[in-house]
Design a protein around this ligand. Structure first.
Ligand code: KPL
Length: 293
């Protein structure tokens, strides 16, 4: 399969690198990473060790069977516009937030939703570390079954990626949003690793953020209980205890965060969501002070 990975940061490079074991992959990303991959290949270290040679460029191709989108949520519209000139059979989002609708607005191809729990960290240009072997769950963005999802699932499986083709992606996306609203915002604001939320004073804040997300999800017709959302925060914080969340990494590096796509979705909903309204306001203030928004 010809696959373009749009957004060759840490996760995009790792997934693209793994897919290269079975497919013709093109990584689209930024310099100096792209030149390093072109010169010496992409080295994957850590829990998976391999060197692969995907094509690498800074602009998308004219056509591909599949586009895997891994850009930050706030770059989704730009990615979608860039990909709208590329003839595609399918597109898969492996992003935080609920980005699929924006991709679907610009693309003719079916857009699949995906959730990836592989851990990735870019070490240096041309090198990405796999910090945890996880799974990729993917399926139609509106739920149900589709031949496209089955085909993409098979392509990931052929590359040795742990894959689950799911029929309930809307509920999974909202559960992930609850996890990210709980863990990412709270760890970014208190500058702690995910595990510090377990039994720490901020645990109740993270759980409340997740319960508010579940309430907003239910108002949107998604079957997600408060208990399930809070339990997901607990489970993911335990499984990723040593991780620094992506939002904490962004704040530490002085970069724009995904606040709008994660906490903002809940904070800006019609229901009263005081915890998410507070964390969103603090993160947005931090970004505004640094002219990042
Ligand atoms: O998705 C994550 C993130 O950091 O963005 C979690 C699951 C919270 C892992 O850190």
């Amino acid at each position: 399969m010809e696959i373009v990975v749009f957004g060759a940061g840490s996760l995009g490079s790792l997934i693209g690198g793994l897919l290269t074991r079975a497919h013709d992959v093109t990584l689209v990303g930024r310099e100096p990473h792209i030149s390093a991959v072109r010169k010496q290949g992409l080295r994957v270290t850590g829990e998976v060790e391999t060197t692969v040679h995907p094509d690498a460029r800074t602009e998308p191709l004219e056509s591909a069977d599949l586009a895997v989108v891994t850009v930050k949520a706030f770059d989704t519209a730009t990615a979608a516009r860039a990909l709208s000139d590329c003839a595609l059979d399918a597109c898969l989002s492996l992003q935080n937030g609920l980005c699929e609708a924006t991709l679907a607005e610009h693309l003719d191809a079916p857009v699949l939703a995906g959730i990836c729990t592989y851990g990735a960290r870019r070490r240096e240009p041309g090198v990405v570390a796999c910090t945890g072997v996880g799974t990729v769950a993917l399926g139609p963005r509106g739920g149900g079954q589709s031949d496209t999802a089955d085909r993409v699932g098979k392509a990931f499986d052929a590359a040795g990626i742990e894959i689950e083709v799911a029929t309930d992606m809307p509920r999974r996306l909202w559960e992930k949003l609850a996890v990210n609203a709980g863990i990412n915002a709270v760890t970014a604001l208190s500058r702690v690793e995910n595990g510090a939320l377990l039994d720490g004073p901020a645990e109740s804040v993270a759980h409340a953020a997740a319960r508010e997300t579940a309430r907003v999800a239910r108002a949107a017709g998604i079957d997600l209980s408060d208990e399930r959302a809070a339990a997901a925060v607990e489970r993911v914080a335990a499984a990723t205890a040593a991780n620094r969340s992506s939002m904490l990494q962004d704040v530490t590096a002085g970069r724009r965060t995904e606040v709008d796509a994660i906490v903002g979705v809940v904070a800006d909903a019609e229901q009263s969501t005081p915890v998410n309204e507070t964390t969103a306001a603090l993160l947005r203030t931090w970004e505004a002070e640094r002219s990042l928004r």
